[in-house]
Every structure is written in structure tokens, then in C-alpha cells.
Design a protein around this ligand. Sequence first.
Ligand code: HEM
Length: 150
Amino acid sequence: METRTILLAVHIAMAAGWLGADLVQYVLAPRFAREGHEVQTAWARQLVWMHERYYAAVAALLLASGVLLVLDGDWSWGSDFIWVGVGAIVGGATLGGGVLGNLSKKRLAALEGGDAAEAAEAERRYLPIALVVTVLPLLAILAMVDKWSL
Ligand code: HEM
């Protein structure tokens, strides 16, 4: 099996890992919201972990496999699709890891402290930013599959 095959398989799996986790969040969040305080707090704790560890690991592997694909293949660093991918990862790290990570922590602290209004406010601010962060891998997939500027 070629190196490219393995790298591309890892690369695509990590893209799926990012997008898939986002979609699972959208599907499960309203279901958890209908559960009791204890379940909501446990879910909020897992979201903090997701932002600190899961998405960080997935993004690091996505970036590393992408860089290795460029080095292994005949791709030019000047190709737009590569920079759309880099931009998606930088955007995901700042908006996702930074802004959403902080909002998740705020929501968890509010739930643990019994401040329902503060928890609801953090959740209200979370959704529009989360949607923007989900568009990033979608855009990168379009750019990669269509090989923009090749
Ligand atoms: C959110 C970020 C990214 C996503 C969702 C993503 C997704 C994908 C997908 C789905 C493919 C397969 C396209 C196809 O075979 O038609 C691909 C290919 C590729 N990606 Fe990415 N990618 C991302 C970031 C990056 C980065 C940061 C780099 C480089 C630094 C990169 C470099 C490449 C290269 C060179 C290929 C072509 C590999 C080949 O066909 O030999 N990607 N990417």
C-alpha cells in the first residue's frame, strides 16, 4: 500500500471526526436539554473535554496528515485548496478551541454553581459560533475535493 493511501485515509478520517462530532452535538444537545440538571452538567463537562482534547487531537492529526500529503505528493504549496485547509484549522483552533472552549467552561461553571440564567446565556452564544466552526471543514472539503486553484 502506498504512503499516500495511508495518509489520505487518516486525513479523511480526521475530517470526518471533526464534522461528525459537530453533527452529533447538534443532534444530542436538544435531547440533553430535556434531561435533568445532573445529566446536563455531565454533558457540559464532556463538551469542555471535547474542546480541550478531542478537537485539538483531531485538528493536529488533520494538519499533520495534510502537510505530509503535500510533502509526499506533487502538490504545490501555492495551491489555494491547501491554504483553505490551513485557514479552516486556524479558524477552528481560535473560534472552536478558544471561543467555544471558553463558553463551554462558563456554561459548566454556571451549571455547577446553580446559575441557570448564566448557563442559558452561554448556550445561546454558543450555537451561532458553533455553526460557523462547522462550516469550516465543509468549506475545506469542497476546496480539497475540487482542488481549488490547480
Ligand atoms: C479542515 C481541514 C481539512 C479538511 C476537512 C480536509 C479534507 C480533505 C479531503 C476530504 C481530501 C480528499 C480529497 C479528494 O481526494 O478528492 C483532502 C485531500 C488533501 N488534503 Fe486536506 N483537508 C483539510 C486540511 C488540509 C491541510 C491543512 C492540508 C495541507 C497543509 C491538506 C492537504 C491535502 C492534500 C495535499 C490533499 C490531496 C491528497 C492527494 O490526493 O494525494 N488538507 N483533504
